[in-house]
Design a protein around this ligand. Structure first.
Ligand code: DAH
Length: 350
């Protein structure tokens, strides 16, 4: 019987072609050519019409069996191809977490983190060792031990954030207004001579174009026999030339007042102000960059340092200010807005 005789070879041909098909489009084309409206199997179904009624039933069943077999084989092939495609995709997207990080893969470094690290590294070259203190301080470390008398107006100048709490000795707690307080912790434990550095967040209740409630400072302290303002000047000149990547920078000391240093000075750096930028290290202008002085004997005494044997200098600088000058950042507030475009521009790769 013609229809059925051809049927076995039709099925075998389609199954063989299916096995050789490696794309979903190929399977679909095969389905259309066998089972579609004008497909070969569909034509065989149409041919049933011409069979004598006795043969029709058996032939119809046989055709149906082949049709179901082909449909199942095609569905299985589609599933296999989809599984293979997924597997290939997974392999291609595989992430090996043990591989080393290569340039820029994990976003950018914030210019402040970079500046902080650079400052710490440059002072480390001069022998400074990094110390840490708490962000939430008691007012004795932040003010008292630093020679701010109890009701001295300088305390008000710091626009302090007080915390609704006192420490075990009844001292009010606050968010540290400068990193100078870390020197009290460090000096109480130090073996002298010592070169102490503190870096980190500081807080003042102040917010405008040139102030943010949280900002960063670096504090340096050197206690050594026979230390003078001359050593202080040399230390700062070396640091500032290193930081601004110049052979040398001119600085100038202006007398100033801080309760914890005597004498005290503010340090200006030589610069030129152009229309929209500042060039450091040349020109006829001066720009204030930090405060410093010889540590007040009251501070040393509060830390148990024998002032007959030791003296020292201290300095404090604002990290945002130095970063702005070095990288030409004009608006302080951008540091903390986390604008992705700004970070891509001013951030560092690696
Ligand atoms: N603590 C000062 C401030 O926050 C900065 C400072 C000035 C630190 C002079 C010093 C210093 O050690 O000698 O404004």
């Amino acid at each position: 019987m013609g229809v059925l005789g051809d049927l076995a070879s039709l099925r075998d041909r389609v199954l063989a072609e299916l096995a050789a098909t490696t794309t979903l489009e190929g399977v679909e084309a095969l389905r259309v050519s066998a089972l579609g409206k004008k497909g070969s199997l569909t034509a065989a179904f149409a041919a049933l019409r011409d069979l004598p009624p006795d043969d029709k039933r058996a032939a119809g069943q046989a055709l149906n069996t082949v049709k179901v077999a082909l449909e199942e084989a095609m569905a299985a092939r589609v599933q296999l191809l989809k599984d293979q495609a997924l597997q290939t995709q997974i392999m291609a997207e595989a992430l090996d977490m043990t591989l080393p990080v290569t340039g820029g893969g994990l976003g950018r470094r914030h210019p402040l983190s970079r500046t902080l690290d650079d400052i710490v590294a440059l002072f480390a070259r001069q022998g400074f060792v990094l110390h840490h203190g708490p962000d939430v301080e008691d007012d004795e470390h932040n003010f008292g031990a630093l020679n701010f008398p109890p009701h001295h107006p300088a305390r008000q100048m710091h626009d302090t954030f007080y915390v609704d709490q006192t420490d075990a000795n009844g001292h009010p707690m606050l968010l540290r207004t400068h990193t100078s307080c870390v020197q009290i912790h460090a000096l109480k434990e130090a073996t002298l001579p010592a070169r102490i550095l503190a870096a980190g967040r500081t807080y003042r209740c102040d917010s405008d174009q040139t102030h943010t409630p949280m900002f960063h400072q670096v504090e340096g302290v050197v206690i050594e026999d026979g230390i003078t303002m001359g050593h202080l000047r040399g230390c700062l000149e070396t640091f500032l030339a290193d930081f601004f990547e110049r052979d040398r920078v001119d600085i100038r000391f202006r007398p100033s007042y801080f309760p914890f240093t005597e004498p005290s000075a503010e340090v200006d750096i030589r610069c030129r102000r152009n229309a929209s930028s500042i060039v450091i290290g040349e020109g006829e202008d001066w720009l204030e960059v930090l405060g410093c002085g010889m540590i007040h004997p009251n501070v040393l005494t509060a830390c148990g340092v024998d002032t007959k044997r030791h003296q020292g200098f201290a300095f404090g600088l604002g990290v945002e200010r130095l970063a702005m000058l070095k990288y030409g950042i004009s608006d302080l507030r951008m540091f903390f807005q986390n604008d992705g475009r700004w970070l891509r521009h001013f951030g560092f790769v690696g």
